[in-house]
Design a protein around this ligand. Sequence first.
Ligand code: ARG
Length: 493
Amino acid sequence: MYRSRPKGNLNKEMLNFLSSMNDDLQILHYDILGSEAHVIMLHEIGILTLHETKKILVALEQIRHKPALLTTGDVEDIHESIESLIIQQTGVDIGGKIQIGRSRNDQVILDIRMKVRDDINEICEKIITLITSLLKKADENIDTIMPMYTHLRQAQIGTFSHFTLSYADSLFRDLDRLYITYVRINQSPLGAGAIGGSRIKLDRQKTARLLGFKGIVRNSIDATSSRDTIIEYTMDLTIIMLTLSRMTEDFIIWSTDEFGYLDISDEYSSSSSAMPHKKNPDPLELLRAKAGTVSGNLFTMITIIKAIPSGYSRDLQEIKTSLWQASATTTQALKIMNYVVKSLIINKERMEQASSNSYAISFDLAELLAIKNGMSFRTAHKVMGLLVQKAISNNRQPLRRLREEDIREVLESLGSKLSAEEVLKDIKETAPQKSISSRQSLGSPNPMQEQNMVKLSRGRLSAYSKRIAKRKRLVDEALKNLTRMVSNCSKKA
Ligand code: ARG
């Protein structure tokens, strides 16, 4: 349809190569809305007569209800497909006017922004749901003591709630990132035309308002060429997936027979075709892998966009596949992770047992020695290190089983005057429970702080929920108003 200068038709295979029709089905809905706003605006500024406007709007409505009418085979994209159907239904003298003051270049980025805007709201809601589940787990597990790990070796004593709260905090930042990106996405490029605007005095603010945008992307080159906000969005998604991949890895490790800290519900576990005893965490493994898929999508897009000159180039079409995949994968991953979190079975005894046999307590004791006795931390570190060495050589006994003379020997070897009896008393008194309840610094797993964190986080969550609901409402109201205008226009005599 667009071939005014080139002779004849596009070679079939070439057309197939050029076509973005497969990806475009996801923006059909937005393309129709954008066209409605454009046509109404053209009418209001006196470019289209009421009769022409009505004809086009009716044809658009028909496509909305019967997308099967669209040809998919011999067109380059959804924009061409819609325009040619409108021309077919209203004649070229009317339908051929729909593209006045508009190009596929501003059209496609309009559609992308509208879809991403909806996707952001949906993904924000999914994050909120997941954080809600994590906070519930945190609340239930404030007293669930477990070792914390660095280098995947027992480091300090903590609680399961401290982990779930840490995931929640990461997800809060993920949420906030999307929340801010939305502001940059929610601007209309429509009316920028092919690259340099139009001689018609298009009312760009009007179409922006009709489509629920907060303002326009002003510069026409910028509006049609740049994809930075889209990259930013995909980066946000990649970071979400990285957060989820850390969670999956923790859950996979903690659910092994060796750890046994938690169990993943049977509903979310696979089995083996060969080994009858197996219960595999396949959903978590796939979630972990999908973090790779989404970061791959991001890099695909960055690599495509890199060094494209200003102004639309067809390269830009190629990002849609990755963009849609990144959105869909992240949405699904958040949903699946929520199921997993809600159904986690926590083995409190196993965690507690691991904690009470852990040498992780020696850090608390080194701090205690230093604070109580004015010992340098370096010396306290040595004392505890040597005591752990002794305990390990005694058949890996826990520190509380050390004998007084073992302690005396260590203290004397370091020239310390501390009483071995006193140190043994401290060791015996520093049970894992005490270890966390005496953790004072802000952000540590002290149960009182944890309770506070749960409360604070719930407050933050409800504030985000309200703000996102409001954003959705604003878009909804604008689009409802557009629908009303369309139907009023179609009814006018
Ligand atoms: N199918 C194209 C895309 O997805 C639409 C814009 C085409 N514009 C052009 N000048 N060829 O990006």
